[in-house]
Design a protein. Structure first.
Length: 707
């Protein structure tokens, strides 16, 4: 008898089997069976395990023994030997709460005192699994880990279709969908900080054919690591797909002392046989319930001064903007970059970063004065920081050159005129924590932080670490230590995760943040695409969207697009035409009325702008009695628009709904009045035409059950 270990969620199963030789293999991944005892018959159907090595389907592929393909783990033992074999020791299931249980499987090398435990944390209702491993050195001397993946999956289909992303500043989430051919496709980053500037750690794989919104077998995956990650997707000689994901082993050999353990970050995945929409709704639900800080809470609408002033402001100007915040009707004023540093004032991005004292010229009465001003105007006050970074032109750099990541004896290479602080060093961790803690201690009423991070790591070298190959890993651990400490003292303070460009968002960081900055590109036409792609993985409550002067679209279009997330403004309110101002003020009120749907509702993507002249999507509440539908014209070609109705989704077929256009520009009338009641069945079968065309480019519809 062989042992089968089924790891099941509501709809899916991952079945592992302990083979005759005690090796643990993956025998099944997909829809769960009614009877778990039948998983044992699956391997024969998929030709699993009948390759030369016998371990192509390994649950955690070791390097250096009989393996012939990409490993999940590669080590050098204390005695210099480079072979590894892993055999089953035991397994157990631990249920932490009704919906969450963790299966752990202990493996051991039969010849060496090296132990690996594989963890599979299952969120049952959401069909989400977080998978990681713990590697323990029980040998007498140090061992070296060359590769130490979080997870190793094995999928079977006739063909595999990878949808992945690339980007750069202002070009986030550019996407490609390709058929995976034999061999390995690698998604990775080596940037160190803001690691996903070129490539994010999120992707999806369709089985048999590219999944659509509502059909097809699809796996969503994401590495929970705010640093260098790597995902190997290998179509093996048996035409099965091996997925190995975790920390990027690039320049990161990790030495483990006797009795020491290495816990990898988690690899997160969900699987659906009902297409991309179902997969993302499951992931969103998981993210809101279990991961994103205050995922089921609310968010502060705001006015930011970045694009309104850049570095050029003083106390009076800011006091005026605070009054404008009140006038606009949003919850908070957010003071951006440029408020600090004296010896080398922060008047441009060339100097001052690292010197977190108020600039006395600009803010003679300090932050405290601004917080008071905000209070007098009945709005909250938030502030920008970029605590991991330093300009060479700063007092911090002069005092602590050894706190900076740089190669001794080499010319410095800057990114946005700045360098990265060495967060592997506990003193630097204290400093970074202190930046935020000092602001809070002096100004307990500060209500929000925008935590920015603009530089990548060049010339990776730490003056603190003895082993340079630990730097990329210890940097991220140092960052998490700071964030843990911050959250221990300030558990509820909302905070935005930001990079000049959406180069920094992942599901490890979102434990500490309520939201993230998707892109510096706020041109609303571009945003429709960027937000669309992010929406597969991250729910709208975490998307920070600001109305700015980017792009040529009218204020209504810009605002409507920003409403599909957390709404903010970064415009000069005092220069708005009276009608534009009135529109924005009304829009803030309208947004308050629908934000519950956007933040907590289920997202249904209706018309993909990559395939149509327009985009359409909707959010539906759990009770299915309210929804909001956003529609945008994305082409300016003559005659383009919604020639036919768009089918709605997620409503109750038997309920009756009214459909009303909201967020109208002052003095315009809509033909969509909300007087007719349609059944959900009608709206989901025939649909509804928002009448988009080149003159009517943005339409928001509110859908309410008629009782
Ligand atoms: C980055 C951010 C911007 C702004 C600037 C300030 O580019 O993405 O929103 O905060 O930094 O320097």
């Amino acid at each position: 008898m062989t042992t089968v270990i089924p790891i099941e969620s509501q709809n899916n199963a991952l079945a592992l089997q302990v083979g005759k030789d005690q090796r643990v293999g993956i025998i099944y991944f997909g829809t769960k069976l009614n009877n778990a005892s039948e998983y044992q018959h699956a391997p024969g159907m998929y030709h699993r395990g009948d390759d030369y090595s016998g371990i192509l389907n390994s649950a955690y592929t070791p390097a250096g023994s009989r393996n012939l393909v990409e490993p999940a783990i590669q080590v050098t033992h204390a005695n210099g030997n480079t072979s590894l074999d892993l055999q089953y020791v035991s397994h157990q299931v631990q249920t932490t709460e009704n919906n969450v249980s963790t299966t752990s499987i202990k493996l051991k090398d039969p010849k060496y005192a090296l132990e690996v435990t594989l963890y599979y944390k299952v969120y049952r209702n959401e069909d989400v699994i977080e998978q990681w491993s713990v590697i323990k050195n029980n040998e007498k001397g140090n061992i070296t880990l060359h590769k130490y993946a979080s997870a190793n999956l094995y999928l079977s289909a006739d063909s595999y279709w990878l949808k992945h992303y690339h980007g750069d500043w202002a070009k986030e989430m550019q996407t490609e969908e390709v058929r995976l051919t034999s061999g390995i496709k690698v998604l990775d980053t080596k940037l160190g900080t803001r690691a996903n500037l070129y490539q994010p750690p999120t992707f999806m794989v369709s089985l048999d054919k590219p999944a659509t919104e509502d059909e097809g077998r699809i796996l969503y995956g994401s590495v929970e690591w705010t640093g260098n990650f790597r995902v190997d997707l290998e179509v093996d000689p048996l035409n099965n797909l091996r997925v190995i994901a975790g920390i990027n082993p690039f320049a990161s050999d990790y030495s483990l002392a006797p009795k020491q353990e290495f816990t990898t970050p988690a690899f997160l995945y969900t699987y659906s046989e009902k297409g991309k929409g179902d997969a993302s709704r499951k992931l969103h639900r998981w993210a809101r319930n279990y991961r994103i800080m205050q995922g089921n809470g609310s968010r502060l609408t705001l006015l930011n001064n970045w694009e309104a002033t850049f570095f050029d402001f003083n106390e009076n100007k800011l006091a005026e903007l605070i009054r404008d915040t009140k006038k606009l009707g949003v919850d908070m004023f957010l003071l951006d970059d440029g408020w600090f540093a004296n010896k080398y004032p922060r008047n441009s991005d060339k100097a001052g970063l690292g010197d977190w004292q108020e600039n006395v010229q600009k803010l003679p009465h300090g932050i405290g004065y601004l917080v008071k001003e905000a209070q007098n105007n009945d709005v909250k006050f938030g502030i920008w920081v970029e605590p991991e970074m330093v300009n060479p032109k700063s007092e911090l750099y002069e005092k602590h050159p050894d706190w900076v990541i740089r190669q001794p004896g080499r010319e410095e290479h800057l990114y946005r005129n700045q360098l990265v602080l060495d967060l592997s060093n506990p003193k630097v961790q204290d400093f970074v924590y202190g930046v935020l803690d000092n602001i809070m201690t002096k100004n307990p009423n500060v209500a929000f932080f925008k935590w920015d991070c603009n530089a990548v790591i060049y010339n990776a070298h730490s003056a603190y670490l003895k082993k340079q190959s630990h730097l990329y890993v210890e940097y991220v651990r140092g960052l998490y230590k700071v964030l843990e400490r911050f959250r221990a003292k300030y558990p509820n303070l909302p905070m935005m995760l930001c990079s000049g460009g959406g180069g920094r968002v992942d599901y490890a960081a979102l434990k500490y943040f309520t939201e993230f900055w998707l892109s510096d590109n706020t041109d609303p036409l571009e945003r429709i695409f960027i937000q669309w792609e992010y929406s597969y993985f991250f729910p709208a409550i975490s998307h920070d969207n600001h109305v700015t002067d980017w792009g040529k679209q009218p204020i209504k279009f810009r605002t409507d697009v920003a409403m599909m997330g957390k709404l903010g403004f970064d415009i000069v309110v005092s220069q708005l035409e009276p009608k534009d101002l009135k529109f924005c003020q009304d829009a803030v009120i309208t947004y308050k009325g629908i934000s519950d749907l956007v933040w907590h509702g289920d997202l249904f993507r209706l018309a993909n702008p990559q395939e149509n002249d327009y985009a359409s999507l909707m959010y539906v509440n759990e009770a299915q009695n309210r929804a909001v539908m956003f529609n945008y014209q994305t082409s300016s070609r003559y005659g383009s628009g919604t020639l036919s109705p768009i089918k709605l989704k997620g409503l109750h077929p038997d309920k009756k709904y009214t459909v009303k256009e909201i967020n109208l520009y002052p003095d315009t009338k809509s033909t969509i009045t909300g007087t007719t009641a349609y059944s959900g069945n009608y709206l989901m079968t025939i649909g509804f035409n928002p009448n988009l065309n080149t003159k009517r480019t943005s339409v928001i519809l509110e859908i309410n059950e008629q009782k």
